[in-house]
Design a protein around this ligand. Sequence first.
Ligand code: GLN
Length: 549
Amino acid sequence: MATTKFIFVTGGVCSSLGKGVAAASIGSLLEGHGLSVTLQKFDPYLNVDPGTMSPYQHGEVYVTEDGAETDLDLGYYERFTHSTVSRLSSVSTGQIYEAVIRRERRGGYLGKTVQVIPHVTDEIKSRIRLLAENTGADVQICEIGGTVGDIESIPFLEAIRQFAHEEGRRNVLFIHVTLIPHVRAADELKTKPTQHSVMKLREIGIQPDLLLCRCDRDLDLDMKRKLALFCNVQAEAVLSARDITSTIYEIPLSYSREGLDRIVMDYLGLEGSPLDMSRWEDLVERIKNPVGTVRVAVVGKYSELQDAYRSIYEALLHGGAHHQHRVEIVKVNAEDIEQHGIGGALQGIHGILIPGGFGNRGIEGKIEVIRYARENRIPFFGICLGMQCATIEIARHLAGMERANSTEIDPNTPFPVISLLEEQMKIENMGGTMRLGAYHCHLVPGTRSREAYGVPDMSERHRHRYEFNNKYREELEEAGLRVAGASPDGKLVEIIELPDHPWFVGVQFHPEFTSRPLRPQPLFREFIGAAVEEAERQRHPLVVPKAEG
Ligand code: GLN
């Protein structure tokens, strides 16, 4: 623990500056120097976790290996570095207060008045140290959510100020991610918002060591000097973080060009090997120079939101990078399909993906899309709810089970092909019935999934309540469905396939959470591979696709 160094990343001026990607990119650069990193996110909201927040509020809920429902920035941490995040990596104000209040009720404060300072701040500091103790990483990067100046983030800022004081200089580095807007009328870059934001930080007692300036262009030397002088930062520690339009995976490389890794390592006295980012450079080259494009429709409920399916979009891109193809994501709203039919919505599409979800909005639209994918032999990938909908579609249209459904959608369906497990039904009212986190799955030899993974056993992360109903397993298998993966005890169906289709796979888990740019998730990789073939088939419509089975 004594050897872990800490980097705190704060945000200034406004939200959506990509602090999460910035923190993750710093981590990837330090790993490029052979150092080990761990990352942590502090969220200043009162929710205990984002599990109960609507995607409209919060974007995707990222599920960790150990089953925590966390902020989507943790997804960037895992995609950019080799670290595996856990529930220790995600801390909200809600969790902090919950712990403090629980301790107070137990009499743990020995009659003292319980206050924000020191009790809340102590709890925050203990969470920082707990992660360091658990991982023993060389560097721990902690991102403070929200924007400096928000009332909600004050306890966190006070806690990290105290933390830095306790750890001593050279053990803690403060990085402030800020915005330098370009005012078009004057054709000038403006430093004032950043000056004010740094002033706010200094009021609390935090002097940033490094400014990461988000801007639509590079800052020139004069600009950097001006910011350095007014913000009391060394000029070489004012870095341009210019908008990158090609791919976010270029961001670590662009930071390195600005010298970020050297400055951070010098300041913290870290010794590492010379920077090796060759695998990232290759990746970026492949992404920037595709040999073709595939169009994948993602048919969901929150299609208009950028972040609701973030990990899925990233995983598709990883698969595309593997095949050196650009993946054009076509967002299709399932409710539109429900109201207006498919029409031309899936014209020229090479693959169809249905992501996870809750509730019945858009379900019939999704089932219609699955039927289209099945009948037109378009590669199909169903994830969680998407797999459940595929099961319903197969039940209704291949097994003749009219009105088959999931009991989540229609509790009175005559064919509950997706339902709660018996033991879950009993405890439903007590809550906590969601299957969360990584579970093992045995793959069935001879299936597409078994081939894709290349191993007989794997584990993937879950976040759902309902399951494939084994009562209908035999009947559905007779109708053409194939169970390609199940829990080790054989009781829970985890993967379904249609062998009589170019690529039709539904999974009860969320494979998007384990995909990495340098190690695409096997099913995403194969799905994009099938889409590449489909694109080829559409280009040469006279070539009859070879029968597969
Ligand atoms: N609503 C479904 C269930 O609870 C699917 C959940 C999901 O797609 N994440 O089982």
